[in-house]
Design a protein around this ligand. Structure first.
Ligand SMILES: C[S@@+](CC[C@H](N)C(=O)[O-])C[C@H]1O[C@@H](n2cnc3c(N)ncnc32)[C@H](O)[C@@H]1O
Length: 448
């Protein structure tokens, strides 16, 4: 197949990445799936072939010939292919049904009998994120990577996921390029000055941390700093210059220089305050994060000792400790600065004496001799290290609650856990409207 060749087809399903798929008949009569981002089941589309990966052909959406009945208009023209919201033009009730069906299909294909009835709806559908990382593109764009490409950028001139203020903040940061002697980072040649703009917001505290991530702090002159301080002052409670001098493409700042306010911001979830460092993980949907905490607490029931693996800033452990003054929490997390903040968060919420937080990789098993009646497991998308699974199966605490942002991985790992546990609850919450992502929560009880 030649690159850029044009094909037409009717989308019949989504793939695991949430791309619309139709069956393409090749000249040799072989039938192959063609995956097209931003296309939905029921659409008849024209697509331009872009490449092939693991036997799946991929294309760019060129034209919608006949729209699906579930297709809706974007909030404004030009956002039809917004990278952070690939399902933006799909009716929201339909999104929830597709998510439910995709989770259930993954459970079925992995041989599990359990199913979810419905995905709990997100409580806010725009401006629901509390963190966005906008990348400088080599042509001077400032925005998001185009879906499926690491070197093509969607210039965000109208933000829809974070807040109305994100758009003027990005304008200020984009304006650094013509005003000062700085150039955007070039991901193909690995050179340049400006890499990312990270904005974190406390939706319930009104705080906003803005960070400009650069290659080398010494290359940013006093005029640039002064301009940032003045132009972003109305928007930022904290303003930070961060340095990532590595070639690794990441917004993680190894060095920080605070231009205004503090190095972290505070968010309040369910009445508890959490200090959040620029680099640390925090649930990105503050409103639904509260629902996630309550869901986990309801599933946990009355317990005495909790092991909180992959605990981040103490998100679940501190909430559960607050609910039950008798509870002892043992949290483990790889990110050492996050652990320091988790300790402070526990003190700030008056549960310091109930909580112990330790830094280190879960796979080092430093937690293995702690006896608990419940283990919360909330790993990153890559899932659990096999040693973590093996150790939990060996120790067999009475109950596990697995919180997963990757149900494809979850269904595989559940096969292992079922050697000793049975699923007693399965729920899903939409923390990521307008994307195919969803948070799944599973309670597992030891088989007697
Ligand atoms: C999905 S987040 C959950 C964090 C926390 N439970 C929360 O809800 O805010 C996953 C966390 O796992 C941490 N992590 C990643 N790899 C890890 C590892 N090998 N061992 C322990 N923690 C790890 C990340 O730093 C991140 O804080």
């Amino acid at each position: 197949m030649k690159p850029d060749k044009i094909y037409q087809g009717e989308i019949t399903r989504f793939d695991a990445k949430g791309r619309g798929v139709f069956d393409l008949t090749l000249p040799n009569q072989e039938v192959r799936p063609m995956a097209v981002p931003f296309a939905f089941p029921g659409d008849t589309i024209e697509t331009q072939y872009t490449g092939r990966k693991l036997g799946v052909y991929a294309g760019r959406l060129n034209k919608i010939i006949t729209p699906s009945s579930e297709r809706v208009a974007p909030p404004m023209p030009g956002l039809e292919q917004y990278p952070g919201a690939p399902w933006l033009c799909l009716n929201y009730s339909a999104q929830l049904i597709y998510k439910r069906d995709m989770i259930n299909q993954a459970f079925e294909q992995a041989g599990h009998a359990e199913r979810i009835n419905a995905v709990e709806s997100g409580s806010k559908l725009s401006y629901y994120r509390n963190r966005m990382d906008y990348s400088y593109g080599w042509r001077g764009e400032l925005g998001l990577r185009q879906f499926g490409f690491w070197h093509k950028y969607f210039n965000v001139t109208h933000d829809i996921l974070l807040s109305a203020e994100a758009t003027p903040i990005l304008e200020v940061c984009r304006d650094l390029l013509p005003r000062f002697n700085v150039v955007p980072w070039d991901h193909q040649r690995n050179c340049g000055d400006l890499r990312y703009v990270v904005i974190r917001e406390g939706k319930f505290t009104g705080e906003r941390l803005i960070a400009l991530i650069v290659k080398d702090l010494t290359k940013i002159n006093a005029d640039t700093r002064d301009y940032l301080k003045t132009a972003l002052d109305p928007y930022a409670t904290s303003l930070i210059l961060g340095e990532n001098s590595l070639l690794t493409d990441s917004s993680y700042a190894q060095k920080l220089e605070t231009l205004k306010g503090r190095e972290y911001l505070t968010e309040n979830i369910n009445g508890l305050n959490y200090q959040i460092h620029l680099n640390s993980f925090f649930q990105t949907n503050s409103l639904m994060a509260g629902r996630l905490q309550q869901t986990v607490a309801d599933l946990a029931g009355m317990i005495n000792r909790l092991l909180d693996l992959y605990c981040g800033l103490g998100f679940f452990g501190i909430y559960l400790a607050k609910q039950n003054p008798e509870l002892k929490v043992f949290g483990f997390e790889i990110d050492a600065p996050a652990i320091e903040l988790a300790k402070q968060n526990a003190l700030m919420n008056n549960v310091g004496a109930q909580c112990s937080f330790t830094a280190g990789p879960a796979e080092d098993l430093t937690w293995q001799n702690i006896e608990t009646d419940l283990v919360i497991i909330d790993p990153p998308r890559a899932g659990l290290h096999p040693r973590v699974i093996a150790t939990l199966l060996d120790k067999q605490p009475a109950t596990l609650i697995y919180v997963s942002c990757n149900y494809h991985r979850l269904v595989q790992e559940l096969k292992e856990f079922k050697k000793a546990y049975k699923i007693t609850a399965l729920q899903a919450l939409d923390l990521f409207p307008h994307t195919p992502h969803v948070e799944t929560v599973v309670r597992l009880d030891r088989q007697t």
